[in-house]
Design a protein around this ligand. Structure first.
Ligand code: PGA
Length: 299
């Protein structure tokens, strides 16, 4: 189905291997130091996996088969959410039978009114929707279309509005390839740039961070488990220092970027990876295997 293409713009420009990080050590040292914070155990963070259908599928007739993939998930050891395209949210809400929830891919920050083309958090709440995804790199300017980028400031306004209205939020961050090529310190600096305006809103019970390196999204190039782990650990260390050790210990950080059933077990074994935000593989039956892999690893 030609509509279900993922990120071909990246495939042409990078190799199939994850980029090798130059040996700059600041963030690594920072993350190792922070391992001493608190008493975090794997069992304290319930894993969470989301399926981001992006602008798929093309026809409403294809939606039920995709819902079946979500309903096939065992949610007893892992929370599950699905992000249908805006047009299909209403086709999915009310059809999930396994405990998974709908999380739209975007929202506005002002409620209902004369906002053509927007989806209000207030409308979501009225539909019984409890989660929403914001900050995906495709909304932060990595869209391949000349639409305006969503700024860190705008995303902070959205997150505050979402939480004020009683919804929970998946807040996506991540760096493009030129930053990864500079090394982990540069990656952490970029993640901090994307997190600093929302640091006081990072309630572990209501906010999940999705770390998604842009170079891994839709490319088939996954961050290595070690690369993802040290980035997650560095983000967590920054939260421990800038917010509190308790928030750092409690907040869940998902990995996103070509996650699939094959690489999920190794990524799930990493202590600071608490789940996945899955694009392409969420359109396939293997999505349930990803959920099972992390539930097993964190059991
Ligand atoms: P991908 O997309 O799994 O197709 O790489 C992930 C995402 O963009 O959320």
């Amino acid at each position: 189905m030609h509509c279900m293409t993922y990120g071909t713009r990246h495939v042409r420009t990078i190799s199939r291997e994850p980029p090798v990080d130059p040996p700059n050590m600041l963030a690594r040292t920072f993350a190792r130091t922070s391992a001493r914070f608190g008493t975090r155990t794997l069992a304290t963070r319930m894993p969470i996996v989301g399926g981001n259908w992006k602008c798929n599928p093309k026809t409403p007739e294809e939606v039920p088969a995709l819902i079946d993939n979500i309903n096939a998930c065992d949610t007893s050891g892992c929370e599950v959410y699905v992000c249908p395209s805006p047009l299909h949210v209403g086709l999915v809400q009310g059809k999930l039978t396994s405990g998974a929830v709908v999380a739209p891919q975007n929202c506005n920050f002002t409620g209902c009114g004369a906002y053509t083309g927007e989806m209000a958090v207030d409308q979501m709440a009225a539909m019984g929707i409890t989660w929403v995804l914001i900050g995906h790199s495709e909304r932060r300017g990595e869209f391949g279309l000349p639409t305006p980028k969503e700024s860190n400031e705008l995303l902070a306004t959205k997150l505050k509005y979402i939480l004020d209205k009683g919804l929970n939020c998946v807040f996506a961050i991540g760096e493009p390839l030129p930053i990864r090529e500079k090394g982990l310190d540069a990656v952490l600096a970029e993640c901090v740039e994307q997190l600093k305006d929302v640091k006081d809103l990072l309630d572990p019970a209501r906010v999940v961070i999705a770390y998604e390196p842009v170079w891994a999204i839709g490319t088939g190039v996954t961050a290595s488990p070690e690369q993802a782990q040290e980035t997650h650990a560095a983000i967590r260390a920054w939260i421990a220092k800038e917010v509190s050790p308790a928030v750092a210990e409690g907040i869940r950080i998902q990995y996103g970027g070509s996650a699939n059933a094959k690489n999920a077990p190794d990524l799930s074994a990493m202590p600071d990876i608490d789940g996945f935000l899955v694009g392409g593989a969420s359109l396939k039956p293997e999505f349930a295997d990803i959920v099972a892999a992390i539930a097993k690893a964190k059991a």
